[in-house]
Design a protein around this ligand. Structure first.
Ligand code: HEC
Ligand code: HEC
Length: 215
């Protein structure tokens, strides 16, 4: 995938170039970690967009709403606001949340690091005191109310992109019907194909938590 290469090289320029050298090293962790974002995003009010949109006021802002920035169709389709919970999810795995979106960034897998970045993002706001409290993310992150268990994160990531998880949670289907539903999502509804391993994880989770006995 070519866009990934572009992303990686830009990232490299950003981190080794001007962005990093502006920091003394004594800044809060979140601010330091957010330097990877600076490779592609301006963070302060009024700064021009870079490869990605300016992120001022990002916490609470409607998705794909920065004026003068040409978002991908995938990002435009997502809808809603960038709540802290949603940002947390997006930053963990940008490709999973809005398949086809153009942020070629692998995400921040470490929960504590992501929480620190989110707390910092919440300060980049016209109204920081209000948003900071909403941005104590990872403990509050409830995966859309999916019951905990192996596969919870995968189901959240794969199944909340297009429709409410309510649609998933209200089902009580046999393993076979779930298999058919997943295939239908891919073949007819435009869900990205799942790797066999991921398919199994998701199928196990759905069959266990929303199986026939759940009805
Ligand atoms: C390699 C470049 C790159 C890096 C690194 C990167 N982004 Fe992005 N980001 C983008 C692009 C491009 C988009 C627009 C995506 C689209 O329209 O599909 C985007 C979109 C976003 C959006 C959606 C904005 C909106 O207005 O809806 C958020 C939020 C975001 N990025 C946050 C971050 C954060 C936080 C970091 C650092 C942890 C980061 N990004 C790192 C390129 C990058
Ligand atoms: C690319 C978009 C997309 C993704 C991703 C997606 N779905 Fe769907 N799904 C749809 C559409 C479109 C419908 C039809 C909605 C409607 O009828 O209102 C649907 C409907 C459903 C239904 C209702 C079926 C019925 O009989 O009414 C279930 C259950 C479902 N999806 C489960 C899932 C699960 C589980 C996942 C994650 C593995 C998932 N979906 C991911 C697009 C998607």
């Amino acid at each position: 995938m070519r866009p990934v290469l572009i992303g990686v090289s830009l990232l490299f320029v950003g981190v080794t170039g001007n962005a990093q050298s502006q920091l003394s090293g004594s800044e809060p962790l979140g601010q330091q970690l957010a330097q990877v974002c600076v490779a592609c995003h301006s963070l302060q009010a009024g700064e021009p967009h870079k490869l990605g949109p300016n992120l001022w006021n990002i916490v609470g802002r409607p998705v794909a709403s920065a004026e003068g920035y040409a978002y991908s169709p995938a990002m435009q389709k997502l809808g809603g606001d960038w709540t802290a919970v949603r940002l947390d999810h997006y930053l963990r795995d940008p490709a999973a949340m809005a398949p086809g979106n153009r942020m070629t960034f692998n995400g921040i897998k470490d929960d504590a690091q992501r929480a620190a970045v989110l707390a910092y993002l919440a300060t980049l706001s016209d109204n920081p005191t209000q948003t900071t409290t909403t941005a104590t993310p990872t403990t509050a992150f409830d995966f859309g109310g999916l019951p905990p268990g192996a596969g919870q994160a995968e189901v959240f990531a794969s199944c909340s992109a297009c429709h409410s998880l309510m649609l998933v949670k209200q089902q009580g289907l046999s393993r076979e019907r779930w298999t058919q539903t997943l295939e239908w999502m891919v073949e007819e509804q435009g869900m990205d194909e799942l790797s066999p391993q991921r398919f199994e994880i998701i199928l196990d989770y759905l069959s266990e938590h929303f199986g026939e006995s759940a009805r």
